[in-house]
Design a protein around this ligand. Structure first.
Ligand code: PEP
Ligand code: MG
Length: 316
């Protein structure tokens, strides 16, 4: 396959043995959608909505959020747009919020924060639902560890719909809801989540941090931040397999998905949905088109059973 990167934009992301792989983009702000499309993204796999909220003193209201989400949804023209609800706390504190937690990575983050601030969560959900009237929107809940968080988040989506009904505002009939799998507990006891949700997305950045007890932002221990640790790979494999059993798609949207050196390994783990920074899409597509999914799966399964480390460079 000697195509130039640019020529890869419009060819399918298909393995040598004919498995079609979904390649979607991670974005932080609406104007990045052009870059995603220019690199052949077939959807937005992760819209990190917190970037609309951080670095400002007044939070965006429903209308401003709706405009931002709708702009992305319209630009993607019915390709799926996965909007992650606010993932604040820890390394992404809102302005003016006193950080009192001694260990913010283990504190009131993401869905925990949203469930503790129901008005803020409801405002965001109404804005997302209104944007769903313009295309295909999926709601992604970050940092889920407990099934009761899934149940509470779904109830919040339902009550946001009732509120829009009262106002006569349109939204799509079937807005899929999924969760991030980025806490080891979730990846280990994954089946109820796979049964209750429409899709899963593995956040390897946090999953590695929490599995190996390595602060992802602490340079002093960064050498120990190892995406290839067998425990990390087992958690990814466990999540992918639960998705297959439940018949729902499982993506990886952490940095691992965008590293072309890890593409064969992820194919070998059975991954069929990747989401990454737009600029990584074509490099990863090239690797996918060189890979033989079935052969990779056999090699990775053998190594995983031995709990041994895998050198991704030796996978054929
Ligand atoms: C992750 O944790 O892998 C992820 C995609 O989310 P973020 O990097 O925004 O925490
Ligand atoms: Mg994360």
């Amino acid at each position: 396959d000697r195509m130039t990167l640019a020529a890869l934009k419009d060819v399918p992301a298909e393995t040598l043995d004919g498995i079609n792989i979904s390649l979607q983009a991670n974005i932080e702000l609406p104007d990045e959608v052009d870059l995603a499309l220019a690199n052949g993204a077939t959807g937005i796999g992760l819209f990190r909505s917190e970037f609309l909220f951080i670095g400002r003193t007044e939070l965006p209201g429903e209308e401003e959020q709706y405009q931002a989400y709708a702009a992305v949804v319209k630009a993607m023209q019915h390709r799926p747009v996965t909007i992650r609800t606010l993932d604040v706390g820890a390394d992404k504190a809102l302005d003016g919020e006193a950080t009192v937690a001694t260990n913010p990575a283990l504190g009131l983050r993401a869905i925990r924060y949203c469930l503790a601030h129901p008005d803020l969560f409801a405002t965001q959900l109404r804005a997302i639902l209104r944007a769903s009237a313009h295309g295909t929107v999926r709601i992604l809940i970050p940092m889920v560890a407990h099934m009761h968080e899934v149940i509470a988040a779904k109830a919040a989506v339902e009550s946001a719909k009732r509120e829009l009904d009262k106002r006569g505002e349109p939204y799509a009939d079937h807005v899929q809801i999924g969760c991030m799998v980025e806490i080891p507990a979730t990846a280990i006891a994954i089946d109820p989540f796979a049964d209750a949700l429409d899709f899963l997305s593995i956040g390897t950045n946090d999953l590695i941090q929490y599995t190996l007890a390595i602060d992802r932002a602490d340079n002093e221990v960064s050498a120990l931040y190892d995406p290839l640790h067998p425990a990390v790979l087992k958690l990814i494999a466990n999540t992918i397999n639960a998705g297959i059993r439940a018949g729902i798609p499982v993506a990886v949207c952490g940095e691992m998905a965008g590293d072309p050196k890890l593409t064969r390994l992820l194919l070998g783990l059975g991954l069929t949905h990747f989401s990454m920074h737009p600029q990584q899409l074509l490099d990863v597509k090239r690797e996918i088109r060189r890979g033989h999914s079935n052969a990779l799966r056999q090699q990775v399964a053998t190594a995983l059973n031995r709990h041994s480390t895998i050198d991704p460079n030796v996978l054929q």
